[in-house]
Design a binder for this molecule. Structure first.
Ligand code: PMP
Length: 397
């Protein structure tokens, strides 16, 4: 049975072009880029080229503002802890209730360490109410951290505007965005519309590079201090011997991601929309989390009243289909997703969320297979549900 992989917001397949450019640095060119001998020049130059490529892909910023890290989690920790460390006199942070745990848990930790943290709510569609945001900002706010796009629902936040408003409140406010789910799916340009963003994080493995490599953009002049210390690498701003092959792979993946944004916006969006409209027609009482919001073109988050997400995943998996329930990062816990909780998804659907996330490798036939397989799975699971009226084929009220 061929695997149908539709969990691309969790991780992606490494692109063949990415693997190809990485290979020399795993084998013949294995030298430590900090070594003094001639042979080490090749990996050192490869990192410099990769930095220039990533900077170009983010809108043509100065490459010196890009730091390579081990993940988006590290990038987010670096952005937040690094800013707090550099500004010990400031005490107010603004973020949202729907951030990835690598921002949310850091914000909670900073609150335990004495920061005053505002966790902004979202509405039923997962959108951020602008009045609440404006009201939360203070002249003495240290940092605002709001993601570009949500990993569970795909809801896009208007980061360009949010950053502009923060800077209007005070030019001193540091604006951070987690762009992990945005790169390659929507345009990310730090020179034009995102020019008020000071810190931006992302990861390789969501854009067809391997797991374990990421980057953080730190705009020149930002009051920020290194988080990983103990080495001179990355000009003393991120200690640790550079992961040369992965950095080279990340740069190639960025290049491909920028080149395929258009395809995401057209072909992938059309596949997602077909999946959405057909499933809505075939599955009674199906709601789409974030349906009215502006969303990533590849993401579909279904609210399936009266079924358990885990049970659907198991049945899909038996058919060779890999999807996810809410967020893969929270699997292993029985708590419903914090994102769907923040959106006040009703009790009968919050445990029955199913995230389907496509990629440029997703084929039409795979989408057709999901359309064929999912409705009968939902129907059979609903037969077991105390919340489902099987005779009338609707939710019991
Ligand atoms: N932020 C977002 C929005 C994500 O989706 C993820 C991955 N689930 C991360 C951060 C963490 O990325 P990484 O796995 O590279 O640490």
């Amino acid at each position: 049975m061929k695997t149908i992989y539709v969990d691309n917001n969790a991780t992606t397949a490494v692109a063949p072009e990415v693997l190809e450019v990485m290979q020399p640095y795993l084998t013949a060119e294995y030298f430590n880029p900090s070594s003094m001998y001639e042979a080490a020049r090749s990996p050192a130059e490869a990192i410099a080229r990769a930095r220039a490529t990533v900077a170009r892909c983010l809108g043509g910023v100065d490459p010196e503002q890009i730091l390579f890290t081990g993940s988006a989690t590290e990038s987010n920790n670096t952005a937040l802890f690094g800013t707090v460390q550099a500004n010990p006199e400031k005490r107010h942070i603004v973020t949202t209730a729907v951030e990835h745990p690598s921002v949310l848990e850091v914000a909670k930790e900073l609150a335990r360490r004495g920061q005053d943290v505002t966790f902004l709510p979202v509405n039923r569609q997962g959108e951020l109410p602008m009045e609440e945001y404006v009201r939360a900002l203070r002249k003495e706010t240290l940092i605002v951290s709001i993601m570009m796009a949500n990993n569970e629902t795909g809801v896009i936040y208007p980061v360009a505007e949010l950053a502009r408003i923060a800077k209007e409140t005070s030019a001193e406010i540091v604006f951070h965005t987690d762009a992990t789910q945005a790169i390659g799916k929507i345009p990310v340009d730090l020179k034009t519309d995102l020019r008020h963003v000071d810190l931006l994080s992302f990861s390789g493995h969501k854009i067809h590079a391997p797991k374990g490599v990421g980057a953080v953009f730190v705009r020149r002049g930002t009051r920020w201090r290194p988080f990983m210390i103990g080495g001179h690498q990355e000009r003393g701003r991120r200690a640790g011997t550079e992961n040369v092959p992965y950095i080279v792979g990340l740069a190639k993946a960025c290049e491909l991601a920028v080149a395929t944004v258009e395809e995401e916006q057209t072909r992938v969006r059309a596949l997602r929309d077909r999946l959405q409209s057909t499933l809505v027609a075939k599955i009674p009482a199906l709601e789409i989390n974030g349906r009215e919001a502006e969303r990533l073109p590849n993401t579909l988050n279904l609210a399936l009243h009266g079924v358990e997400g885990e049970a659907i995943l198991y049945e899909l998996s038996r058919q060779g289909i890999c999807a996810s329930s809410g967020s893969a990062c929270t699997s292993g816990s029985l708590d419903p997703s914090h994102v769907l909780q923040a959106m006040e998804v009703p009790f009968t659907a919050i445990h029955g969320s199913l995230r389907i996330s496509l990629s440029r490798y997703t084929e039409e036939a795979e989408v057709e297979r999901i359309i064929e397989v999912l409705p009968p799975i939902v129907a059979s699971l609903r037969r077991l549900s105390p919340f489902w009226d099987d005779k009338r084929n609707c939710l019991k009220v």
